[in-house]
Design a protein around this ligand. Structure first.
Ligand SMILES: Cc1ncc(COP(=O)(O)O)c(C=O)c1O
Length: 392
């Protein structure tokens, strides 16, 4: 029950479904395909670097904006990959995961009553931080079964109160990667409506079947209004390190830094040199990881398909989505709450990412960033469901 002292500002901030499902996974000894974290480590040289940093005394507050070698590595990576040049001293900020970069940006730029357009379903921290800022979220649906963006609906979402758009591509939970044409139209609308653009690009390297990621900041006249956010967590399988970053103009980065200093002040000292090295030397590891994830996606998709759960094949991220109606359920939350008890597997219902609950109701998200034997075990267990389909 909510405390009587709970602030109205955080009325919808409750324990997330990820916490509920992870606790259920532990309690039932389930295979956890719910929360999005890999079960193997990132590059060995990166882990060694962090160990060496701790051993050599890199354990006190680092500079607020991040250590210089990491800021330089982030800027060099953006130039190498996308031809985007950022000044490492003024245009790069290291944050405590992408989550803090998103929160600091939203708190820095969104006033009470300002509207923020985001692709719905949205990653859960968006709703919470827009609410913390007193802003109003306006969802534009990537709805099933194909999860395509309707650009007319996107254009119609702008009002005189729109302050910012928050674009996540590759997109969690659907795995949609926005195309060059879709991004060009989003850029055109952002300029026409003179709004800030916050880009959550944490899955920028997790791309399949030849899909390409195009940062909105690279489109004409977009640099000065765009904040790019990414993270080592997804790229280097180090979600627990919470090292993320924001890249933008010096003016916008100064505002985000001003907020960041009162959220966490600084971010994990010994991880910073390790991430700097990974960004500099890790391209081959990133490519091998991408190919491995594509094989895992296909492994899980094939296994789920055999059960009648035909996934919409994602072109990015490490999540795939299925409609649970073929198994006799009409509601993904019921399905996910039953699944651990019925067969010892955990997934995440899409609904928790939506304001429009109906649109998400039959869908469930599965994480495939797991060892092959774990994916195989999940499929083996899921076969216990077949022939015993629930009649809703
Ligand atoms: C779309 C999206 N943005 C941000 C994050 C958070 O990134 P970090 O762990 O670096 O805070 C996640 C993590 O799942 C995510 O899916």
């Amino acid at each position: 029950m909510a405390s009587p002292w709970k602030a109205a500002r955080v009325r919808s901030a409750t324990a997330t479904i990820f916490a509920e499902m992870s606790a259920l996974a532990l309690a039932t000894d389930s295979v956890n395909l719910g929360q999005g974290f890999p079960d193997t480590d990132g590059p060995a040289f990166m882990l060694d670097e962090a160990r060496a940093a701790i051993a050599s005394g890199v354990n006190q507050y680092p500079p607020g904006k991040g250590i210089a070698p990491l800021r330089s590595a982030i800027a060099a990576h953006a130039e190498r990959r996308y031809g985007l040049r950022y000044d490492p001293d003024t245009a790069v900020l290291v944050t405590t995961g992408a989550t803090e970069a998103l929160a600091a940006a939203i708190l820095a730029f969104v006033d009470p009553g300002d509207e923020v357009i985001a692709l719905e379903p949205f990653y859960d921290s968006y709703a919470a931080t827009i609410e913390l800022a007193g802003g109003v979220r306006v969802g534009v649906g990537l709805f099933g079964p194909d999860f395509r963006l309707d650009l007319d609906e996107f254009a119609a979402a702008f009002t005189p109160r729109t302050k910012a758009i928050l674009i996540n591509s590759p997109h969690n939970p659907t795995g949609v990667v926005l195309s060059l044409d879709e991004l060009a139209e989003i850029a055109r609308l952002a300029i026409e409506n003179d709004v800030l653009v916050i880009c959550d690009e944490v899955y920028e390297h997790l791309l399949f079947d030849g899909a390409e990621h195009w940062p909105l900041a690279a489109f004409p006249d977009m640099r000065q209004r765009t904040v790019r956010i990414s993270s080592a967590g997804k790229t280097f399988s180090a979600t627990g390190w919470k090292i993320g970053w924001a890249l933008s103009t010096p003016e916008l980065i100064a505002e985000i830094t001003a907020v960041k200093q009162f959220l966490t002040y600084v971010s994990g000292a010994p991880f910073q040199p390790a991430v700097a090295r990974a960004l500099t030397e890790g391209d081959a590891w990133i490519e091998a990881q991408r190919l491995s994830l594509q094989r895992k996606r296909d492994r899980l998709a094939d296994g789920l398909g055999d059960l009648g759960l035909i996934p919409a094949l994602p072109r990015g991220t490490y999540f795939l989505t299925t409609d649970v109606r073929p198994l006799g359920y009409s509601d993904g939350v019921d399905f996910c709450r039953d699944l651990p008890k019925r067969c010892g597997v955990v997934a995440i219902p899409h609904q928790v990412f939506y304001d429009n609950i109906e649109a998400g109701r039959p869908y469930v998200r599965w994480a495939f960033c797991k060892r092959d034997d774990v994916l195989d075990e999940a499929i083996r267990r899921l076969h216990r469901l077949s022939g015993r389909a629930k009649t809703a």
